[in-house]
Design a protein around this ligand. Sequence first.
Ligand SMILES: [Zn+2]
Length: 670
Amino acid sequence: PEPCDTEECLTLLARLLEVRNATIDPCEDFYGYACGNWEANHLRTETMESSNVFDVLLEENQLILKRLLEVPQLRVEGSAKGKAIQFYHSCMDTQQIEAEGAQPLKELINQVGGWNFTGPGKQTDFNQTLQTLMGKYNTFPFFRAYVGPSSSDPSTNIIQIDHPEFEMPPESDYNEKANYPEVVRVYFSYLMKLGTLLGGPQNVTSTVISFALSFISNLQKEVTPLQERQERRMLFYHTTIRELQEKAPTIDWLSCLQAAFHPVQLNISQPIAVHDMDYLKGMSRLIEKWQKGRVLQIYMILCLVGNLSPALDSRFQDARRELFEKLHGKTGESGMVLAHRWRKCLSDTSTFFEPVLAEMIVQEIFPQETKELAEKMFSLVRDALHSRLDQVEWMDEQTRQEAKDKACVEIGYPDSILQTAEMDQEFQDLEIHDNTFLLNVVACLKAVRENFSLRLLQPHLQDNWEVFPWSVHSYYSMRRHTVVFPAGMFRSPFFHAEFPSAVNFGAMGVIMAHELLHAIYDYVVPESCPRCNRDALVQGTDCLVEQYERYSLQGLRINGTFTLLENAADTGGLAIAYQAYKNWLKKHKQERNLPRSGLSHHQLFYISFANVMNTLLIFPERLRAFLHRDPHSPPPLRVRGPLSNSQDFARHFHCSSTTPMNPAFKCHIW
Ligand SMILES: [Zn+2]
């Protein structure tokens, strides 16, 4: 093979040599050999929170978006891209945000009737305020109403109603009830701080907020636990606005839902799917009971503040950060409050302008040639899977055919994002201004809500993705029978047009095969494939369970049953991707190699496979948490397990049958 000496190859080579620990024998411990120096290098050079190769790449993708958004502002009238950039800039303008302080939110609060801290004050119509909150500010204090796929026909959309998302964690989240009063106290002092920042007098605020808290916990007690709702088949209860009005009469349902789903026209026969009717009835009774005082008004304002205060100055951010840390501890992975301003602004901009940002980054990192190359690789992987299925002993012919037709694929991005004219149209009514981040957020909330409402009139959009196109996270969507690989993954070290194909097949190819196997994983689950040969299948699954239960990492054991489906997809994915690579070699005859690496291209395939698994697991608490919640095996074993099951690997690394990486017993399902 010819050596590849392009910049990408040389960078890859340097990386590979840097993370490799050549003093370790690949037949003894392949993960240690291929990735042994990664942890040390990573800890020395990186200060960020990322702990594996996927996170490092995501961080790079986010930095690219940051750069694209930080260009001097475009003044292209009406363009969605111009608005996204302007929005990001208004978020980054902290000088302006600090100067305005709480004033913009105070004005909004007055517009919806004010806090009413000190008495009846201005009489407000409860249902009127609720309509304004839902329609104008996308704030849902008493119940959540949204558009989603219908259960009976997932290609159509229906209005769905569920309990609201509470900022205060409910008591049912806590096992040791003894801790719960402390949670309430922390949340109380957070609300007190907000109340004071927004102009409430200390002594009055504290009484009013105690009442509001008591209302919230009563409301939370009306929620039916999910498991009970499943058992009692309460999810997707089909009803109409007319029936809601009878069962939960304190809400003016038609007006409220009309406000929430404007510009779509509703009438009292409108079909609705309710997920917890008992909650709605209980909620209505509570509203009735509390209607006289000012508690409902205060509670609604608190929800509005909860929704909008992230757009205010640093005092509000600090209060939120403190709340988060007290409730969840200083985890370092702060989901709610982001440490760097640009991260918060990128995250907000992504929420409101996802397709715009997707288009921007795709133009930057995912040219058409890359997409075509990725699609070619995918079809080779799929072909290899199909020939593998023909050899699987436990499947009958009919199941085989079914399995082959199981999965569609989407690579890179949803097609709709490249239609910029339509995108401009979609954001046409949205007005973004300089110098007023809060009002920009309000305008975006309304626009997003209206765009969601319009989905009621359309068939369920087939290209709705669960991840951003710049993320580094592939998945299988059961609902859509589709495997999805976002553009953000098709970058070094996972994939590059300039790389030797061995590298691409070893990394992305294995990931593709793994996801494809998830699409047909249900055949493995007991009882789900009556025509299959259960005995042959159980032999395979038992073998895998025992194999992984023999492993331990830092003295901790693996649960072979809990991780079985992932382990099966890992072992099968590696074998299928390698077969696809061999088919590619047969067709192309010429492969490039990395110069001076001393590796054959077959060896390179396996090194590349191991290299995307680099991860930081040296902290025992982190490993323990990982074993507890993640259905994957920890990365060192995701390398060891599949390679130990591979005859080809042992051959290419000349591992004798007495070495740990080449045990006599090989397991596989696929
Ligand atoms: Zn998986």
